[in-house]
Design a protein around this ligand. Structure first.
Ligand SMILES: Nc1nc2c(ncn2[C@@H]2O[C@H](COP(=O)(O)OP(=O)(O)OP(=O)(O)O)[C@@H](O)[C@H]2O)c(=O)[nH]1
Ligand SMILES: [Mg+2]
Length: 393
């Protein structure tokens, strides 16, 4: 009963554009990992025929319940509440720019302090290099920026504005090669996407957003609740399934995640689905046993389709700093990450790290998350990101 209240109030007050049931989660680094239930290597060749597990009951609200209450709350003559989408809302670039404001303010403030319309000298370039490294941009990009300035402006007057333009240009240059869309190969039926990342980095929310995007494109989508550690995680994905019209393959909490993945792939294939997106439990990259479990999920998926997963997406929380480099490195080694999604760029993001990641790993960045709502996923573009981080626009 109490579980139903948030859904009811959201609908009653027309706030359906609010995010998926928020999971108040601690920062990834402080978040203790999920307990590992005993997961003996199952005889997956002998995995029983997949049972379609339909929505096992409404996790948050039931349509009947909500409709009844709405009727009670609103007299028949009352005009319908305005669609939440119509509520004034910042555009996505404004949200990106305000999310990166901390990074860009820090950068422009420090740059302004270094460059006060005086002749560019070696000491100023050193100071600038420190500022850029502190903003997580990485040594390569910091050096590229100072080198460009040294070449073009040494011993000449230079303003903070000009430095910012050079900064935006170099950031864009670093990011352009990794700004690549996620291509769904129609020859793969289903095209299997495995979503991985540390705790609370935005996997489940991103899956919901992707499900909406793909079904808007006319693709038939299925979701797999592979975070079998927590009942709440399964329910969270089921809410996204209901919201986006995608069926969710689930098993009760505590079930083996690789067995669930096996069933989901088998069923999505049998149903001729275009896309299957598999959720996984959050795990810190330094927890070896949890990373082994992820490897096992991948091995088991390959038993059904040796070419799968066709995309292994790592979600990176943009409020994380340097640790994101380790996440990309270890998840890449253990699970073969094929692409990145940077989430929470609408918050107090530290976006500079994406530049360092791009330089070091060259992995495609497919999307950015700029909010908790279903539409808050944008294709990643180097120019917009560079503009936002340099505090332009
Ligand atoms: N502001 C903002 N919040 C986001 C974004 N993406 C996810 N969140 C929020 O971050 C929190 C965690 O998101 P989840 O999708 O549950 O993260 P997860 O990686 O699935 O978490 P675990 O399954 O616990 O590892 C939720 O409150 C989301 O609403 C985003 O782009 N912007
Ligand atoms: Mg999750």
């Amino acid at each position: 009963m109490t579980d139903r209240k948030p859904g009811f109030f959201k609908r009653l007050f027309g706030a359906t554009d609010t995010p998926a049931p928020p999971e108040t989660r601690p920062e990834p680094a402080d978040n203790p990992p999920h307990p590992v239930p005993p997961t003996p290597e199952p005889p997956h060749d002998a995995v029983p025929a997949p049972e379609a597990v339909p929505f096992p009951g409404p996790p948050e609200t039931t349509p009947d319940y909500v409709e009844d209450l709405e009727e009670l709350a609103a007299p028949p003559a009352a005009p319908p509440p305005p669609a939440p989408q119509e509520a004034p809302r910042q555009g996505w670039f404004a949200r990106l720019a305000s999310g990166l404001k901390r990074s860009s303010d820090q950068l422009t403030g420090s740059i302004g302090a270094v460059f006060t319309k005086r002749k560019l000298d070696a000491a100023m370039l050193d100071e600038l290099e420190d500022v850029l490294i502190q903003a997580d941009l990485g040594v390569d990009t910091a050096l590229a920026i100072t080198e460009t300035l040294r070449k073009d402006r040494y011993e000449r007057d230079v303003s903070g504005e000009e430095v910012r333009a050079v900064l935006a240009g170099e950031v864009e240059k670093a990011l352009a090669p990794v700004a690549r869309p996620l291509l769904i190969d129609a020859a793969q039926k289903p095209f299997i996407i495995l979503m991985i990342g540390v705790n609370g980095s935005g996997k489940t929310t991103t899956i919901g957003k992707l499900a909406q995007k793909f079904s808007d494109e006319g693709k038939s989508v299925m979701l797999a609740a592979g975070d079998t550690f927590r009942a709440a995680a399964i329910e969270q994905l089921q809410v996204w399934g209901q919201r986006t019209g995608a069926p969710v393959i689930a098993r009760p909490a505590g079930a083996d995640a690789s067995g669930l993945a096996f069933d989901a792939v088998t069923q999505a294939r049998a149903e001729g689905r275009d896309v299957l997106i598999i959720d996984t439990a959050g795990r810190l990259q330094n927890r070896d046993e949890l990373m082994s479990e992820l490897e096992k999920i991948i091995r088991v998926i390959k038993k059904v389709d040796p070419s799968a997963p066709h995309a292994t997406l790592l979600t990176l929380d943009a409020t994380t700093g340097q640790n994101a480099l380790r996440q990309v490195e270890i998840f890449g080694q253990r699970a073969g990450v094929t692409g990145l999604v940077m989430t929470k760029l609408d918050g107090t993001a530290r976006g500079g790290i994406l530049v360092a990641i791009a330089k070091k790993f060259g992995l495609p960045v497919h999307f950015i998350g700029v909010g908790e709502g279903v539409g808050d996923l944008e294709p990643f573009t180097a120019a917009d990101f560079a503009r936002a981080i340099a505090g332009e626009g």
